[in-house]
Design a protein around this ligand. Structure first.
Ligand code: 5GP
Length: 119
């Protein structure tokens, strides 16, 4: 999947559209999903330009990848779901149902999220 500088998450990173921040570090930003699918629904994105999971894990440096995955845990903690549990989802590409072409992980929780495949 090609990277598009005009995708909504690129605009959020540039501060061109607002987001409700949950956590931020050098390599990642976490914010609330605009249309929450569960009581807690947070998105975690790398600050670098990576289109999807494959692109991120192939091209991002070790420091970027470590910083990103540590941000996922920190965001889950900040959102209050660490102890009760949560689900991580990374829709990837056309068959994965990915809508925004900037790599992101969904953190879903706040209640039992139900069967493995959502929606
Ligand atoms: P995908 O289907 O690509 O895995 O998930 C994209 C997610 O981004 C969706 O859950 C959608 O609700 C969320 N989203 C789309 N546009 C915006 C936006 O402008 N702000 C925020 N916070 N979330 C968005």
């Amino acid at each position: 999947m090609a990277y598009d500088d005009n995708n909504v998450f690129a605009k959020i990173l540039r501060g061109e559209i607002p987001s409700k921040k949950v956590f931020e570090n050098e390599h990642a930003l976490a914010f609330h999903d605009i249309h929450p699918a569960r009581p807690v629904h947070v998105l975690v994105i790398p600050k670098g330009k990576y289109a999807d999971f494959t692109d991120f894990t192939t091209r991002a440096s070790a420091a970027e990848q470590t910083g990103f995955y540590k941000a996922v845990t920190a965001a889950a903690k900040a959102a209050g779901v660490l102890d009760a549990g949560y689900r991580l989802v990374a829709n990837t590409g056309v068959n994965g149902g990915q809508e925004v072409p900037h790599f992101h992980i969904h953190i879903l929780g706040g209640a039992n999220v139900g069967p493995m495949v959502l929606r």
